[in-house]
Structure formats: C-alpha cells, structure tokens
Design a protein around this ligand. Structure first.
Ligand code: SF4
Length: 459
C-alpha cells in the first residue's frame, strides 16, 4: 500500500509522541530530590539492569531560529568550566547510589545544545570520570550529537580515542539559502568526507538529521537535499518535522515572518522523503527514521528488538535505565522519570548547593508500567502480544486488557484500512501502519483524555 496525502491527512490528529509513557506533560513538581534518590536505589533491583547515560551540554555558538532545545548562546569558558564541574559532581553523587559493580553501561549519549561546541578536553574530562565510576560493556554504544559547522577530522580522532563509536550530525538542509534564513552555519567540511572519515575511524550507526517545513523549502528543494544525503549513504537518515511553537519559543516568530510552507506542502515533503528514502533502499522506522537494512537499528526493527527512549531509538541490547546528567536532562528509570532544572545557571546553583538539581518528575504505578510496555511494543516493534505482557508482569491477559481499557471497536477502522490485523492475542501493525504507530498507541492509552489538546499532530 502506497503512502498518500489522503492517508496521512486522515490520521493527522493531536497525540503524544510517546518518547515516554506517561508523556512529559504528566511530570510534576511534587517529585522531589528525595524521591529521585529513592528511585535511584530501587533502580538497582529493577529491569533493565543495564545502565544508559545521557549527558546534556546546553551551549551553542548561535541560535538557530527553529530551535526547540534547552541551550545557552555564546557562553564563555568560565561558565562552561563551572557547568562541567557541576555535571561531574552530579555523576559522582548519582553513581554513589548505584550498583556499579554488577550493572554495566551499554549506552552513552551526549546531546544538547551542541556538545562539540565545547573544548574536547571538557568532553574527555567527563568521559574519564564516567569510565572511573562505571564499568562499560565492551559493546557499549557511545554516541554524540555534533554540529558539522564546528567539526574537524582532528575532533573525530579525539572522540574516537575517548571511546565514541557513533555520531549524529545535524545537517537540517544542504541549501545555503535555507540555512541562512534559519541562522544556521553550514558544515565546515564536506559532509560526505566527514561520514567516510567516521566510518574509517570505526564509527557505525551514524546518522544525518534533517528538518522539513522550514522557510524557503519546497518539495523540489528538499528532494535535492535528500538525494544528496542518499548519495552520502550514511547508516541512518532522520527527517524531523519542524514543530512551530512560537508561544513556547519566541525566536520562531522570525520564521513566521519569512513565511513557512503550507501544511499541504509539508505533507508532500514528508511523502516525498519517504518515497525517496525507501526507493534508495532505506528501511522506514516510523515516519521519520530511515536506516540501511544492514544497520543495527534496522536489524533490531526487523527482528522486533527495538526500544525507544528520550534519546531516540535503541536496540534491546543497548537499552538500559537512563541516568541523565546536566540541565533539563531526564532520567528514565523503571519506576520513575526525573527531570533536572532547565535553566543552566539555576541547575549549577542547585548542584553546588545540594548535589542534585531535580525540578519535576513522575513515579509510575504498576498499571502505568503495564501501559508503558504495551505502548513501547506498538511504537517500536509494531506488535502487541497480550500474553507476553501478562507474563512480564505476572498478571492475566484479562488484567492487562482491563488496564489498557482494551476495546476492539477503537481498532476496527485501523483494521478496515489494513493498518493493523487483530488476532486472539493482540495486534500486528502493517508496514504502512508503522507510519502512524502513535495513533495506534493512543487506542491503548487510558490516560489520554487528560491532556489531548496540548499535543502536537501525529503526522
Ligand atoms: S545547534 Fe541545535 S541546540 Fe543549538 S541552537 Fe541550533 S537547533 Fe538549537
């Protein structure tokens, strides 16, 4: 079945992204540092036993007008130094509460901001501390998000020596006119050469990120950009939809003044991206992630062994409970989510005063843990087997169905449109159904009514 604008239009409704369940709008300030400490200790006995580490670097040399991230612009060395010290304090305090002898680190992810906008010695400083406090699995994935505007071969050499083995490059668009209007610097070196060099240095699973829906972009201009990306042949290509939320990020008003593509054009861009990438042999994982068939992510997807956290998709082998460090970062433990203070300076103050910087969070009860497993199974692997979830939670299938308010009538339309097939033990999502996995997951979310209007569109 071919993806069409009618199909996407029909399923373009407001809904959570399900990077977490419950979604981040459920987090609240009643969750305090004491709760986090309790959950850290409990996490030692919970699954998955692997440890994932997230490090947030909230610094960028200049602000892209489309930016939706937590970042500070143009901060000088003393601020960066102070921030690195704060992260190191946080790592020491959290690791002291964890069973670091029996639990290995299988995933490290550096995000931001622009992690490669700070001096390499700062990155090395933190990596050395992580290696001192934790045991890294020999197959650990160690990834970093980089802006190619500040990336040189020597940086890749240094990152490789520190143990990094995967890189995500934020390209957004290859066209200079688009980059100019969104206030983003072009790559310093040819992206093809960077990707080739990364491969040579042993990096794998590398991805190029793009955004569609920016001013000046048209289906034709984006075709040019995506074709260029395909020629470079990275392991993964991600095409994010630009989220226009000027009431949250005022800077985005600048893009509104220039003129944003119409929703219909944006939809055409999406369909065109999917077609181009699938025709070029990339496997579509959901609506916006594409991976070469031999890539680990595509393999995990095809073998139904994919998982997902705030850092994106990961394989079940690398999945761990996520311990996050730095301003605004979110820890994802079996029993709770805990988010640090968003403002960089308040984060540093809190760490310096108390050693922790929790701003809000959410403790999951068993029912919410069940719903999370159901939704993860649908979102990542396109299948739901009630018996498997029942086994995981030592409950009956009837219990699981009651918890997710299972109601076959909510799924009939999906079945009629060949988006899913319903069987005795659950549902299987078709190839085209993966594109709207969020919509299907919504049918299993008993708490959805509480916040529907605030979510972005699913397509
Ligand atoms: S580089 Fe990324 S984090 Fe920094 S301003 Fe641009 S979009 Fe935001």
């Amino acid at each position: 079945m071919e993806i069409t604008s009618d199909f996407l239009d029909k399923h373009n409704v407001s809904g959570p992204r399900y990077t977490s369940y419950p979604p981040a709008n459920f987090f609240n300030a009643n969750f305090k540092t004491e709760d986090y400490i309790e959950q850290l200790k409990l996490s030692n006995k919970q699954l998955p036993e692997n440890i994932s580490i997230y490090v947030h670097i909230p610094f960028c040399p200049q602000r892209c007008h489309f930016c939706g991230c937590t970042t500070e612009i143009g901060q000088k060395r003393p601020v960066v130094e102070r921030y690195i010290d704060a992260i190191k304090t946080e790592i020491r305090n959290v690791s002291a509460l964890l069973d670091v002898k029996n639990r290995k680190v299988t995933q490290i992810h550096w995000g931001g901001g622009t992690p490669n906008a700070i001096a390499m010695r700062f990155i090395e400083d933190i990596m050395n501390l992580i290696k001192e406090r934790f045991i890294l699995d020999e197959n650990a994935e160690v990834a970093i998000e980089c802006s190619p505007a500040h990336l040189e071969y020597d940086h890749i050499d240094q990152l490789a020596a520190m143990g990094f083995n995967r890189m995500s490059l934020g390209i957004q668009d290859f066209r200079q006119d688009v980059l100019d209007v969104v206030n983003r610097q072009a790559p310093k070196l040819p992206v093809k050469d960077l990707v080739d060099y990364l491969k040579k240095k042993g990096f794998s699973g590398n991805n190029l990120d793009f955004i569609y829906g920016l001013p000046l972009q048209t289906v034709e201009s984006l075709t040019e950009t995506i074709k260029k990306a395909i020629d470079i042949r990275p392991d993964r290509i991600v095409t994010f939809s630009y989220a226009h939320v000027p009431w949250v990020k005022e800077e985005q008003l600048k893009l509104e003044k220039i003129g944003l593509p119409q929703p219909k054009d944006k939809m055409d861009m999406l369909i065109n991206n999917i077609k181009l990438l699938q025709d070029a042999g990339y496997v579509a994982i959901g609506i916006d992630h594409f991976a070469l068939p031999e890539d680990k992510m595509a393999q995990a997807f095809l073998n139904k062994k994919l998982h997902r956290n705030f850092q994106g998709y990961c394989t079940l082998e690398t999945t761990g409970q996520v311990y996050a460090f730095g301003a605004s970062s979110i820890s994802q433990l079996w029993g709770a989510y805990a988010q640090n203070i968003k403002n960089t300076f308040l984060y540093m103050d809190a760490i310096e005063k108390t050693g922790f910087a929790i701003e809000r969070g959410f403790t999951l009860d068993v029912k919410q843990q069940v719903v999370r497993s159901v939704i993860n199974s649908i979102m990542c692997n396109g299948v739901l087997k009630f018996t498997e979830i029942a086994e995981e939670f030592k409950m009956t299938v009837a219990d699981i169905k009651a918890i997710v308010n299972y109601d076959k009538s909510k799924l009939i339309d999906f079945e009629k449109d060949n988006i899913i097939s319903i069987n005795e033990d659950g549902v299987v999502i078709s190839e085209i159904g993966h594109m709207i996995a969020r919509n299907i997951a919504m049918a299993f979310d008993p708490d959805l009514k509480q916040g529907e209007a605030i979510y972005s569109k699913t397509v």
